[in-house]
Design a protein around this ligand. Sequence first.
Ligand code: CA
Ligand code: CA
Length: 277
Amino acid sequence: MRNIGKSAFSGCKNVQAITIPEGVTTIEECTFQACAAAKTLKLPASLKQINASAFSGLDALTELVIPASVDTIGTGAFCDMGALKTLKIEDSQSTLKFANGQDYGAHGMFSYEHQPALEEAYIGRSWTVKGNGLFRGHTALTNLTFGAKVDKIPAESFYDCTGLEEIHARPTTPPVCTGGNVFKNVNKLTTYLYVPTASIDLYKEALVWKDFYDNIRGEDVADADLNGDGSINVGDVTTLVNMILGKTEKVPAADLNGDGSINVGDVTTLVNMILGK
Ligand SMILES: [Ca+2]
Ligand SMILES: [Ca+2]
């Protein structure tokens, strides 16, 4: 199965869980619209395209994960998700394309009106959007994280996100903010910005990020994809061993077991991760 037909499950009010099988590449318009009882949604790693209103009205869903494979998201695909608490857009080197942003009338993508319970967002890749900032005016959002692969942030993306308390930026190079309005009206005195310790000075000099100057803190997060190729496998073991042998520079992300040093214990942790233990 590659494709699920337009409106195929639209209005299925008793569906509690939606799992879309591996191999599916496109979710057509309105496919799962108003499946208001669905508490879980599992999207496959094969998915490329989510069309307009595909999941709008999933009013019981609390968590949404957008797989790294997705490259386009249609108008209002995630509207009216009253219970949605966390959003995760998985890490990818490629850019995610949104059909529209907040200023598209009632069809805005992520807005307080559509996901009033959304507190936490993890964005693992760069994105483009038609219209104004993707999350503009999303006052419920308190905790925002950018994955290490994000390299630019479009204008007005978080304009008026006045509820923000913590921003975690994982990229070692500060993402380029298009224009100065990315965090307009976000309180720079009460919102903390956490960045990799070795990059604090870079963030203190970078456009937009420097506005958080006094509230920039160091935070190093373990990341097993040590060679940065998007998957965790034997290649990362090689990179880690080279770090331990002094052939490659050690990075804080390599402390996978969190004991404060980078040594053979981290190799064990990594091998166990690869073996799924
Ligand atoms: Ca890797
Ligand atoms: Ca360690």
